[in-house]
Design a protein around this ligand. Structure first.
Ligand SMILES: Cc1ncc(COP(=O)(O)O)c(C=O)c1O
Length: 400
């Protein structure tokens, strides 16, 4: 197995806003998630969308225990190959027809759910330049996937094309993390099983079968098949409270997941304003005492959600300080009146731990009215990702 080299060491001191990644957590999480799967299916780590905002380049280098990687787009797959990633990489989204040749040349596995993709592969693929494909079947998510009644004809057509190798068959669950009642997921699983029976009857059953996202991987051994395809758990986050409760109530092994990411910044101005002063655009906050304002150089352009205005808290020296006023494009104001002598460029934690306090992605999501997936995924890819801890003996290390 080969993967990109671990990131080089550097320092966060020159950054005003940055992401810290716990060097050991991603692979530890993979191993924890694996311990929920008996029969040792392959573990495919989903690193799409910049590894859920964590930094695809960094995360790929921190999960040597993952057997496969999955991305959404062709460009993400090509980026992994450009980084020297040699593990199997599965494209889960649509690869543009006129760029399919790039996928073949880079040895990327394609997810296929359109007849047109096969038509184009017929012209491009050959035994010397194979197209390795995974058919995706629609079982009730109403998203990407070939309808069950079209699956066998598509599999037979794929088999008839020299150079096309149908390696896998997959589906994706619609609401497995949304509810304690998994009846809908069970119906999807039944449809998937009947699709596989039809493929087997037609002599076209692919070897690699996969359906399980993190919630399914934790909760339902019946979904594991030959490979699990897990994302959010790799980053140390639970898919939902319902998934956690379902694992506890169902007597399933509960993996101990460790969040990978912290989001930090620094105070770029500290000043006192009189009682009755307005703060920020729209004058939505007015001080009720003489107030010490701390200005942070982070805003919605960085992915710090505008909905966090007047609702979130940050951590300064292990204490909570409230966000006051609206979040601007590049700036956010906090009330540091109760923090003793805060200094210019002092560290502030937006997400993560400081002392005994923690702001989790789930907490921030509840303040912003969204889910933990969106909180981390929307963090700007332009911010530096600094890998800390691990074999580097606790020194910060950076790879950007
Ligand atoms: C097709 C597919 N498979 C697997 C996953 C991983 O899901 P999770 O992050 O819940 O593990 C996703 C995530 O969106 C997905 O779109």
């Amino acid at each position: 197995m080969s993967c990109p080299a671990r990131p080089d060491y550097a320092s966060s001191m020159s950054s005003l806003v940055w992401i810290e990644l716990d060097a050991d957590a991603p692979d530890r999480n993979v191993r924890e998630l694996r311990s929920c799967t008996a029969g040792a299916p392959l573990f495919c780590a989903v690193v799409k969308s910049n590894a859920y905002g964590h930094g695809m380049k960094e995360i790929a280098g921190l999960i040597p225990s993952a057997d496969w990687l999955a991305v959404n787009s062709l460009d993400e797959g090509l980026e992994l190959r450009g980084l020297g990633e040699r593990r199997p990489v599965l494209l889960m989204g649509h690869a543009p027809l006129d760029r399919l040749g790039e996928a073949l040349d880079a040895g990327l596995r394609l997810t296929v759910f359109n007849r047109e993709t096969l038509d184009r592969l017929e012209r491009l693929a050959s035994p010397a330049r194979p197209a390795v494909i995974h058919l995706k079947v629609e079982t009730g998510t109403g998203r990407q996937g070939v309808m069950p009644e079209d699956l066998v004809p598509m599999a037979l057509r794929a088999r008839s094309i020299p150079g096309v190798v149908t390696e896998g068959i997959s589906t994706h669950f619609a609401n497995i993390e949304d509810t304690l009642n998994h009846g809908y997921a069970e119906r999807q699983l039944a449809v998937f099983r009947s699709c596989m029976d039809s493929l087997a009857a037609a002599g076209a059953a692919p070897p690699v079968v996969h359906a399980a996202c993190t919630a399914a991987g934790i909760l339902f051994p019946s979904t594991h098949f030959g490979m699990v395809r897990e994302g959010i758990g790799v980053y140390g986050l639970w898919p939902s409270r319902e998934t956690y409760l379902s694992a506890l109530m169902g007597g399933r092994p509960v993996p101990s997941l460790r969040p990978v990411l912290s989001w930090k910044t620094r105070l770029v101005q500290v000043k006192e304003v009189p009682e009755g002063s307005f703060v920020g655009y729209g004058c939505t906050f007015r001080t009720t005492r003489r107030t010490r304002i701390g200005v942070l150089p982070v805003g919605y352009a960085d992915g710090y959600d505008r909905a966090l205005g007047n609702s979130a808290w940050v951590l300064v020296r292990g204490r909570r300080a409230p966000v006051i006023g609206r979040v601007c494009m590049n700036l956010t104001m906090i009330d540091v009146t109760d923090i003793e002598s805060p200094s210019l460029e002092e560290e502030v934690v937006l997400l993560g731990r400081s002392g005994d306090e923690e702001i989790s992605a789930e907490t921030m999501a509840s303040w912003a009215g969204t889910i933990n997936y969106e909180i981390v995924t929307r963090i700007s890819p332009l911010l530096p990702r600094i890998v800390v801890g691990g074999t580097g003996g606790g020194r910060p290390c950076s790879s950007r």
